[in-house]
Design a protein around this ligand. Structure first.
Ligand code: ZN
Length: 421
């Protein structure tokens, strides 16, 4: 043993002993046993939500990006689990799912940070704030859309997006807010930075119900940006970036005006969020969502679902690069539910199921091979199948096994060393 190694040995003696015990009992150990042996607290959490991204979506993204022998950043992680996704009904929506992850309760579809009795439930980001950590929401959807909202707001219905925005600023005090959905921050008649009723979707226009929330944000010390150059230049610990009227893409069936080309990419937003939040010595909790994987799956548009998934994977790589330098960081990649009944089939002329938007998409080339695959769909809605979770970093071992969505909250609390209610 070299001197350098000795120091490491001393510093991690307790951990090494725990590891030895675990190794001895690994054959019979259940996930819960491993959870009981949690290593020291997680300082930073970066939680990725591929909205609607089931196991088959992850495979299609993999085959189309790195091929049969390759590994996506989101898959090249040491711990894996499966999550049951039901809300109070078998097929969840994003609001109830994110509320289960953020607050540990099964609730009705549409609920944001509220239980089935419409009582507010504290979110993991609010717990993190109590511990002095900074918090952030990054998404290619409206920043106030269901997934982010359930981490930083409490409303009876997900459609109340201006209420959600106001709560971000004044209640949960989320430090970094980056994504789309400017329409909910400006009152009707004030287009903001993105014009009302644009050609690509004339239904988009300002419809805020809580006054000018951009002015409000500025008065509370947020730097406000609306393009990539200003985002990169922005300084300070509180940052609001809104980069589109609604979603940062146009969800349509393939070839019918479908556009996935955000003016700031998810990896770029993720990088800026991490750079900003990591200035806090007490750590941070960041939720990063790719929304295109859900909305394009609703359109049964495999090409754009895959394209959005590739951006998510690049964003995960950004987080992994940070986590490698900061091992006290936990990185998780999961989905809130599966969308579309997505499956991967052999490329042949026969389509076994569906027509219209649900007809097979493709063929897509498997990178690095002469094989193809096609994507087939069973629904334009969500499904109740389990979704994978992959994990790396401090306390990532807690996330193995097969468990309910509500347990993600329990495990996050345990990882962060949060006790009590
Ligand atoms: Zn959906």
């Amino acid at each position: 043993m070299k001197l350098r190694d000795k120091k490491v040995f001393k510093a991690t003696l307790a951990g090494t002993m725990t590891a030895a015990i675990l190794t001895a009992s690994a054959v019979t150990a259940q996930p819960q046993d491993r959870a009981d042996a949690a290593s020291p607290q997680t300082q930073n959490v970066i939680l990725f939500v591929g909205d609607g991204m089931g196991a088959a979506q992850r495979d299609a993204i993999r085959l189309a990006t790195v091929g049969e022998k390759g590994n996506l950043a989101m898959d090249a992680m040491p711990y894996v689990g499966l999550i049951h996704t039901s809300s109070t009904v078998p097929v969840t929506d994003s609001a109830a799912s994110a509320t289960a992850y953020a607050s540990g309760v099964k609730t009705y579809n549409g609920a944001i940070g509220m239980d089935a009795n419409k009582k507010s439930v504290k979110t993991i980001m609010e717990y993190a704030k109590d511990k002095g950590k900074s918090t952030g929401v990054v998404t290619t959807s409206q920043v106030t859309d269901a997934t982010g909202a359930a981490f930083g707001a409490h409303v009876e219905d997900r459609s109340k997006q201006s209420d959600i925005a106001l709560q971000y600023l004044t209640k949960s005090k989320i430090d970094v807010i980056l994504g789309g959905g400017e329409d909910f921050w400006y009152p009707a008649g004030n287009p903001g930075k993105f014009q009302d009723e644009p050609a690509e979707d004339p239904s988009e226009k300002s419809k805020g119900t809580q006054g000018n929330l951009i002015d409000k944000a500025k008065s509370l010390g947020y730097s406000y940006v609306s393009n990539k150059a200003d985002l990169q230049k922005a300084k300070g610990g509180k940052l609001l970036g809104l980069f589109s009227n609604e979603e940062m893409f146009q969800q349509k069936p393939e070839g019918e005006g479908d556009i996935y080309n955000p003016i700031v990419s998810l990896p770029e937003m993720t990088k800026k969020a991490i750079d900003t939040l990591s200035a806090n010595k007490k750590g941070f909790f960041l939720m990063v969502e790719e929304e295109g994987t859900d909305e394009f799956a609703h359109q049964n548009n495999a090409k754009m679902t895959i394209k959005a998934g590739q951006q998510l994977d690049q964003a995960v790589q950004v987080a992994k690069d940070f986590a490698k330098k900061h091992p006290e960081t936990l990185v998780l990649v999961l989905a809130d539910h599966e969308t579309g009944g997505f499956s991967i089939e052999e490329a042949n002329a026969e389509d076994e199921s569906g027509d219209g938007i649900s007809k097979e998409d493709g063929p897509f080339q498997i990178v690095g091979s002469d094989h193809n695959f096609v994507v087939d769909w069973t629904t334009s809605g969500h499904t109740a199948v389990d979704v994978p979770i992959t994990a790396m970093g401090r306390n990532a071992q807690l996330f193995t096994g097969i468990y309910e969505n509500t347990e993600v909250f329990t495990k996050l609390k345990q990882a962060l060393g949060i006790k009590g209610k």
